[in-house]
Design a protein around this ligand. Structure first.
Ligand SMILES: [Zn+2]
Length: 282
C-alpha cells in the first residue's frame, strides 16, 4: 500500500436527526475521489465547469464521502452499510474511474456517538460493493467481527453472489416491503447492482429513504439519464433513478445519500421543473 492523500472530508461530527422515536446519525468511514468524466461517461467537460466546478476538488475529482447510517429505536440499533474498512489505496493503484480511496473512521465515529459495535443488532446492506461492506466482514480468519451480535440483511440477489456469505454470520434476504427493523422497510432499487436495495424509515409522520448508490452526486438529479460506469445494469439504473427522484420529491420525504459531499442528509425539491438537492442543516 502506498501513501494516500486523503480526499477532503470532514471527520469529527456525526450529523443526526430525529424522526418520531427514531434517531438517525451519519457515520463517516472515509472517502473516495470519483473521476467525473470516467464515472459519468455521458457527461462532458462543460457539465463540470462553471456552475458545477465547486463539485470538484483541486485535483479535478469529485470528493465523495463513504458513510453509513445508524438508526436507533429504543434499545435497538440498525446500521445501513458499513463503510470501506481500515484500508486505503492511492489513485495510481485504483481503477480509472476513481482516485484516492480510504476508510477506517467508522469505529471512532460510532464511539463518538456513544455506541459500541456490539450494540448493533441489525446490519443492512444496500449492496455488497467494497465501500459498503468494509467493516461488516472480517478481513481474515483471525480478525473478529466488528458487529458480533448483528444479523446481516441484503437482497437475495446480493447474497447470491456468494463471495460474502461464507463468513459465519446470520444472514437474511430482504425484498420490497419487508420490515427489517422497527419502522424500516426494504425497497428494491436495482441497476447499480442487480439486487441493490434502498431502505425506507417511516416515523414521526415523515419518511427517510436511504437510497444507497442510486445517486452518487447531486448533479445526477438534473441528469438522471447519465450512465454511471459502475452500474451493472445501466438501463435499469436509469429507470430506478427516475422512480427514486419522483419518490424523493413527495411531501415529508427526506433522504440519506451515502456519497454526497456537502451533507448526506437532505431533501429533493422541484424548482421550476428542476429537482434540486438541499442538504439538511443538522
Ligand atoms: Zn458506493
Amino acid at each position: 500500500m502506498t501513501h494516500t492523500t486523503e480526499p477532503s472530508i470532514t471527520h469529527g461530527r456525526n450529523p443526526t436527526l430525529r424522526l418520531g422515536e427514531h434517531r438517525v446519525t451519519v457515520l463517516t468511514d472515509g472517502a473516495v475521489q470519483l473521476h467525473p468524466l470516467h464515472w459519468f461517461p455521458d457527461s462532458t467537460r462543460d457539465d463540470w465547469s462553471g456552475r458545477n466546478s465547486s463539485a470538484l476538488d483541486s485535483t479535478g475529482y469529485i470528493p465523495a464521502p463513504i458513510t453509513a447510517l445508524l438508526v436507533e429505536h429504543r434499545d435497538r440499533a440498525l446500521l445501513i452499510d458499513t463503510g470501506y474498512g481500515a484500508h486505503s489505496a492511492a489513485a495510481e493503484d485504483t481503477i480509472a474511474t476513481i482516485g484516492n480511496l480510504y476508510g477506517g473512521h467508522l469505529p471512532t465515529a460510532l464511539a463518538r456517538h456513544g455506541r459500541d459495535a456490539a450494540d448493533i443488532d441489525t446490519v443492512a446492506f444496500t449492496h455488497l460493493h467494497d465501500d459498503h461492506v468494509g467493516w461488516g466482514f472480517p478481513s481474515g480468519p483471525d480478525t473478529p467481527r466488528l458487529f458480533p451480535r448483528a444479523a446481516y440483511v441484503a437482497s437475495a440477489a446480493e447474497w447470491a453472489q456468494g463471495e460474502r456469505q461464507s463468513a459465519a454470520v446470520t444472514t437474511r434476504a430482504a425484498s420490497t416491503g419487508d420490515e427489517i427493523f422497527p419502522g424500516v422497510r426494504a425497497w428494491a432499487a436495482p441497476g447499480h447492482t442487480e439486487g441493490h436495495t434502498a431502505y425506507v424509515l417511516s416515523a414521526g409522520g415523515r419518511r427517510l429513504i436511504a437510497f444507497g448508490d442510486v445517486f452518487h452526486v447531486p448533479d445526477q438529479f438534473a441528469h438522471p439519464d447519465w450512465t454511471c460506469a459502475m452500474d451493472a445494469e445501466p438501463t435499469t439504473a436509469v429507470r430506478t433513478r427516475h422512480a427514486m427522484a419522483a419518490e424523493l420529491t413527495r411531501p415529508d420525504t427526506l433522504a440519506f445519500a451515502t456519497h454526497f459531499a456537502e451533507s448526506p442528509l437532505g431533501r429533493l425539491r422541484e424548482r421550476r421543473g428542476v429537482p434540486q438537492w438541499t442538504a439538511l442543516d443538522v
